[in-house]
Design a protein around this ligand. Structure first.
Ligand code: AP5
Ligand code: MG
Ligand code: ZN
Length: 215
């Protein structure tokens, strides 16, 4: 199964993808996570992408597409994968179609996790992320607190607040999503691949809706 997770910043793509990984046994491919890991390692790509991410702007298409092309050529994807945060522009969606066509493969579903903007701001303002990138678990100070303040339930590492999770950058990211990424909803609707899921409610309940949408 090759699934695209679509949705605004903070809609729960990462949270749901981590649960789907456990359930379906297919890897999550998050371009945001890839860039943050590259920055942590101090690679030139990590340093380059940081300047865009800190402002809430999109990383240029050629950089993103190159990274995804390389990732999709790896041998661990026989059973499929979940794309989290990619594609984000029409150019990226078309590039993905090309890559898949060359591989003789296709997307199974594009799942839209639908959450209103004001809720997104609340979710992102209180998000805490595990510093251990192999884990990457997400918490929320109010909606999904860790058992011990500032410590990851899953692996015991420290939790941190992402650089781009401040009010100004959150607003910028929302604007970018609505202008550049939301048009993909129609793109996948036209291909009959879109599955729209109500993204408000308890995390487990949304997971159930996604499971139904891809069954
Ligand atoms: P990326 O890392 O992809 O960030 P994003 O799209 O802004 O999405 P987030 O990771 O912020 O949110 P999420 O949907 O994963 O929500 P989460 O599960 O964490 O991208 C970051 C940057 O990288 C971009 O701005 C761009 O610069 C660059 N980039 C990445 N990909 C790119 C691309 N393809 N092209 C160009 N540039 C790219 O949940 C959020 C919070 O809500 C958490 O605290 C969680 O606990 C809580 N929560 C989750 N579900 C619920 C619920 N049901 N109820 C209450 N709270 C909930
Ligand atoms: Mg995420
Ligand atoms: Zn952790």
């Amino acid at each position: 199964m090759r699934i695209i997770l679509l949705g605004g910043p903070g809609s729960g793509k990462g949270t749901q993808a981590k649960m789907l990984v456990d359930k379906l046994g297919i890897p999550q491919i998050s371009t945001g996570d890839i860039f943050r890991a590259a920055l942590k390692e101090g690679t030139p790509m990590g340093l380059k992408t940081k300047t865009f991410m800190d402002k809430g702007e999109l990383v240029p298409d050629d950089v993103v597409i190159g990274v995804v092309e390389e990732r999709l050529a790896k041998p661990d994807l026989d059973k499929g994968y979940m794309l989290d945060g990619f594609p984000r522009t029409l150019a990226q969606a078309k590039a993905l179609d090309k890559i898949l066509e060359n591989q003789g493969k296709a997307i199974s579903h594009a799942v839209l996790v639908d959450v209103p903007d004001e809720e997104l701001v609340k979710r992102l303002s209180g998000r805490r992320t595990c510093r251990n990138s192999a884990c990457g678990a997400m918490f929320h100070v109010m909606f999904n607190p860790s058992k011990k303040d500032g410590i990851c339930d899953a692996c015991g590492s420290e939790l941190y607040q992402r650089n781009d999770d401040n009010e100004k950058t959150i607003r910028e990211r929302l604007g970018v999503y609505n202008n550049q990424t939301a048009p993909l909803i129609q793109y996948y609707e036209a291909k009959s691949l879109l599955r729209k899921v109500e993204g408000l409610g308890p995390i487990e309940q949304i997971f159930g809706r996604i499971e139904q949408a891809i069954a």
